[in-house]
Ligand binder design. Structure first.
Ligand SMILES: Nc1nc2c(c(=O)[nH]1)N[C@H]1C(S)=C(S)[C@@H](COP(=O)(O)OP(=O)(O)OC[C@H]3O[C@@H](n4cnc5c(=O)[nH]c(N)nc54)[C@H](O)[C@@H]3O)O[C@H]1N2
Ligand SMILES: Nc1nc2c(c(=O)[nH]1)N[C@H]1C(S)=C(S)[C@@H](COP(=O)(O)OP(=O)(O)OC[C@H]3O[C@@H](n4cnc5c(=O)[nH]c(N)nc54)[C@H](O)[C@@H]3O)O[C@H]1N2
Ligand code: SF4
Ligand SMILES: [Mo]
Length: 696
């Protein structure tokens, strides 16, 4: 009886991006869910259309509610019991590890997983499976910013300040980010900043919704970010805008950077970046004359084969101007996925142990091994990064079995032309998801999991604020949580004592102990405290002590307390346009869809708002290629072909085409992209490759 259903209201957070907007989820008497705004300190009542419409995910008819498996390669998936599915997985793991060794099984996680899941997945891989190979989709996302932050500041807290510091910055530079579409409620901070007379600068090859709000738009050629940053710093040195006292007292390594940027004259940088020298000088003065300035990095500057260098070049600028480690100042990155920050701290990275510890560090190994009750030498050494795992699938001596949790690889990994075949041929492929998607439908065994408001957990937002995402509803019958799956598999593999509980609160308590003493220390963060204080910032070693909103005010996290400069030379991208592929292709996001669209393409309002894949093309470029508004364009790169509806706009550079990666099939952007990676962060070069444009 419908009216027998109680109306409930639960304060929770959005299922999607790293802003993790606070929302109230109301279940009406008819069993449907509506989202109401909530005055949480980050979104202050604001949300984007993805958040507003998220309730329909909870009653979606395509929801997976029973495990599925196939009896042989090529056979169709059929429903199965949990016992049958889990036993099949255990048999497969035992067989493959017996034949090919422990490292023949790999684990692939996601930045959308709660802290508890990310933590337990790392432990599951190292202790239960004993494999070195675990990595996650954050490698596609935050890896360059994380590496740069660690090198420069000694710690990777994406934003080392709360969003509330933004309005107090006299100047803000957003390097390669489009938050007006990727995090709309955050725009209130930039609006407040501008209302107070602050200046906003945006660097992006497209005149995006964000760039349109800016005082200055630097419309650079894709892949030239390091040159731009060096050029800005060159002008700052030349015009005496730098802060010698800050450089002398709080940094090391300036001389090499000063010498490097000396040759980045504005006219050279104009040639390399396409940004007029006058604009470079104006931007340098806006930043250099401001008493307080913030530089924010987005994926545009980071998802490149020189992503780390780009981020370091902008950090150099912030440090030289003395715009870091003070109130309303600093360099930070706009973390993307729901738990893109927490998910990169507690062990699902190939080289990492909980609390942002390093797997290769003997002391760190001993500390975590003690909490886990295992000998330190039993922990594997660092394994392959994400792209390395995908390359090794099915190869002799490579990966023979894959456990995938919370990633739709077929649409999100770079250069995916052969990935579907390799996943289908893999001796054992297990996927955990809420929906049967492009990737999970290739698996041998698919496990249906609880989503978002059907379970509780903690998430760490882009500010480093640990939040409590509360359960608002019972999951559908037949569905289990990722935590439960790990605990059950551990028991079946004879490691039950290592994962004694799948209760999120108990797993969080263990995470707190395992992170204690590490850089990302959660020991003092209890759920009660999160609820009382509307989130708690890490590091927070002690429950009665303060949390650390602004960890760098007196010292940076390196042992000597100083930030490090890194001299950076501009490099060319891995693939530049040539006679056959004469244009740049870049990829990214639009407002209405989230990532591979696995969730948002299933929300009717969002599917209606942005129903199909498109390519943004400059009208002059389109005319030369014989393409008109709304016609189908065929994009070809050295790796593949894909078709997109032409959307002509003067807001994009003439030499550049932009496509979102939210759609699959013949419009899968990643059939085109280059899997060249940054040598250090191993992030793929999603933002630049060479493309040919023709009518389809
Ligand atoms: N609507 C929506 N919001 C999201 C997501 C989503 O899928 N949809 N995903 C979330 C996630 S996981 C992430 S990581 C964030 C990403 O958030 P953003 O970084 O804001 O998003 P992107 O669209 O990937 O890239 C930003 C901009 O980089 C520009 N760009 C391309 N090439 C270059 C270049 O060479 N240099 C520079 N400077 N800029 C370049 C693109 O034109 C684009 O406008 O968004 C989060 N929020
Ligand atoms: N060309 C191009 N490609 C890109 C990018 C780009 O800019 N350009 N950006 C990259 C970036 S920044 C990112 S973050 C990646 C994102 O790439 P993906 O992670 O592949 O994208 P999602 O659509 O978020 O896929 C998440 C999957 O996990 C499921 N899921 C959600 N929550 C859970 C959970 O709690 N448990 C389980 N088991 N499953 C869950 C969803 O249903 C969905 O199928 O894409 C990368 N790929
Ligand atoms: S997708 Fe991001 S910006 Fe939009 S409502 Fe959710 S958390 Fe907020
Ligand atoms: Mo991301």
């Amino acid at each position: 009886m419908l009216d027998a259903l109680a109306i409930t209201r639960t304060e929770t957070h959005c299922p999607y991006c790293a802003l993790q907007c606070g929302m109230t989820l109301e279940r009406g008497g008819d069993g449907h869910f509506t989202v109401q705004s909530r005055d949480f300190p980050t979104n202050k009542g604001g949300m984007c259309r993805k958040g507003w419409t998220a309730g329909s995910l909870l009653t979606h008819p395509e929801r997976l509610t029973t495990p599925m498996l196939r009896d042989a390669k090529g056979a169709a998936l059929r429903p199965a019991s949990w016992d049958e599915a889990l036993d099949r997985i255990v048999d497969g793991i035992r067989l493959l590890q017996g034949m090919h060794g422990r490292d023949s099984i790999a684990v692939f996680g996601g930045g959308g997983l709660t802290n508890e899941k990310a933590y337990l997945l790392g432990k599951f891989a190292r202790v239960v499976l004993g494999t070195a190979h675990i990595d996650y989709n954050g490698r596609f996302c935050m890896a360059s910013a994380a590496t740069a932050g660690l090198r420069a500041f000694g710690m990777d807290r994406g934003l080392p300040f709360p969003l509330d510091d933004i309005p107090g910055a006299e100047a803000v530079l957003i390097a390669g980010g489009n938050p007006a579409e990727t995090m709309p409620p955050i725009m209130q901070y930039f609006e407040a900043q501008r209302d107070r007379g602050g200046k906003l600068i945006v660097s992006d090859p497209r005149r995006t919704a964000t760039a349109k709000l800016a005082d200055l738009h630097l419309q650079l050629t894709p892949g030239t970010d390091a040159s731009l940053a060096n050029g800005l710093l060159h002008v700052a040195v030349r015009d005496k805008l730098i802060d010698p006292h800050f450089i002398a007292t709080r940094t090391t390594g300036w001389d090499a950077v000063r010498r490097t940027v000396a040759s980045y004259w504005p006219d050279r940088v104009e040639r390399e970046t396409g940004v007029p020298a006058l604009q470079i000088e104006r931007a340098a003065h806006m930043l250099g004359e401001a008493a307080t300035a913030i530089i924010l990095s987005g994926r545009g500057a980071e998802q490149q084969s020189q992503g780390v260098q780009n981020a370091l070049a902008f950090i150099n600028l912030a440090l030289a101007l003395g715009q870091a480690g003070r109130m309303h100042c600093g360099w930070g990155c706009l973390t993307g996925q729901g738990n893109g920050q927490g998910g990169r701290e507690h062990g699902q990275k190939n080289d990492q142990l909980p609390g942002y510890r390093q797997l290769a560090n003997p002391r760190h190994r001993a500390e975590v091994a003690a909490v886990w009750g295992v000998p330190p030498e039993s922990l594997p050494q660092p394994g392959l990064p994400a792209v390395g795992i995908l390359d090794a699938l099915g190869r002799e001596g490579g990966i023979q079995g894959l456990l995938l949790m919370a990633c739709n690889l077929l649409l999100s990994a770079p250069d995916t032309a052969t990935l579907a075949q390799r996943l289908s041929d893999l001796p054992l492929f297990v996927a955990c998801d809420q929906f049967l998607g492009e990737t999970s439908s290739l698996a041998d065994i698919v496990l249906p999991v609880t989503q978002w408001a059907e379970e509780s957990g903690t998430m760490t937002n882009l500010e480093g604020r640990v939040l409590h995402r509360r359960q608002a509803v019972e999951p559908p019958p037949g569905v289990r949580s990722d935590l439960d799956i790990m605990a059950d598999l551990a028991a079946r593999l004879g490691h039950g004592r290592h994962i004694p509980s799948s209760d999120p609160e108990q797993v969080f308590d263990e995470l707190r102990r395992a992170s204690s003493g590490g850089p990302a220390d959660y020991a003092g963060i209890s759920l009660g405290r999160i609820d009382r204080e509307q989130g708690v910032f890490w590091p927070c070693p002690d429950e009665s002590g303060d949390d650390h909103r602004r960890p760098y005010l007196t010292r940076f996290a390196h042992e000597d307390g100083r930030a490090r400069f890194h001299a950076v030379q501009r490099r060319t991208s891995a693939e530049e346009p040539d006679a056959n592929y004469p244009l740049y292709l870049t990829t990214g996001r639009v407002l209405s869809h989230y990532q591979t669209g696995a969730q948002t393409r299933r929300v009717p309002e969002l599917a209606a708002a942005e129903p199909e894949a498109f390519a943004e093309i400059h009208p002059d470029t389109a005319r030369l290629a014989g393409i008109v508004q709304g016609s189908m364009a065929l994009l070809t790169t050295r790796r593949g072909k894909a078709r997109f509806k032409a959307r002509l706009t003067p807001d994009i550079r003439r030499d550049t085409i932009f496509v979102p990666f939210h759609w699959g099939g013949a419009s899968n952007a990643n059939l085109l992209t280059n899997d060249a990676v940054d040598p250090v962060s191993k992030i793929p070069e999603y933002k630049i490759c060479a493309v040919h444009l023709a009518p389809a």
